[in-house]
Design a protein around this ligand. Structure first.
Ligand code: 5GP
Length: 194
């Protein structure tokens, strides 16, 4: 069992509806040591890949993406969900159904922050149905850029996002991969890694 799986077992809470609550270290309070270890693990998994930009989606992906950008010495871009008075640039826009918010979000990246020669590593906290990842892939493709990999902290193999993305030919790496969770018994099983 790796450091993140141990952390999930000790601090994660299984909620109804196949949701894992990890607010104490990833989604509300940030355990910087854990985030750093996640980023170094993803760096190692993608060590053979040339990356020019890290792309994530607000809000919970930003911490991991920031650390990744620091380690790989590339800029970090996060797709936004909410327009502000400053959102005046032309944008690449896509839509993603949010598993935790139970609604569709439009997400966007301003055009100046992605260009066709970018090699983009997509990073996020969770991979469930793959909605967020597909929206980010769509945005990268609208920019004419290339997705070189998708790295997530926690994948839930019981949902189909990871399988679909791999079937589509994307390289997907997850630091912890949850096979199943049980709300009644608070049991969490992980996919055995090679
Ligand atoms: P997807 O788009 O792959 O269905 O879901 C990924 C997004 O939903 C992530 O960005 C994450 O914020 C959220 N998410 C999905 N499943 C869970 C979960 O079990 N726990 C938490 N905390 N967030 C989740």
């Amino acid at each position: 069992m790796n450091f993140l799986e141990e952390k999930i077992l000790s601090d994660g809470i299984v909620k109804e509806g196949n949701v894992l609550k990890v607010d104490s270290f990833l989604n509300h309070q940030l355990d910087i040591d854990v985030i750093r270890q996640i980023a170094y693990e993803l760096k190692s998994r993608f060590r053979d890949v040339e990356v020019t930009k890290v792309l994530t989606i607000e809000a919970s992906g930003i911490a991991i993406a920031t650390m990744m950008g620091d380690i790989r010495e590339v800029p970090v871009v996060f797709a936004k969900k909410h327009e502000t008075v400053n959102s005046t640039d032309d944008k690449y826009v896509s839509a993603a159904y949010s598993f935790t918010q139970r609604r569709e979000n439009h997400v966007f990246v301003s055009k100046p922050y992605l260009s066709r020669d970018d090699r983009v590593l997509i990073v996020d906290d969770f991979l469930a149905d793959g909605e967020a990842a597909h929206a980010l892939i769509d945005i990268v493709h609208q920019a004419g850029a290339q997705v070189v990999g998708i790295g997530v902290a926690i994948e839930k193999a019981s949902q189909q996002g990871g399988r679909r993305l791999r079937d589509e030919g994307y390289r997907v790496e997850s630091v912890a991969n949850i096979e199943s969770m049980d709300f009644e018994t608070q049991t969490i099983r992980f996919v055995e890694s090679d």
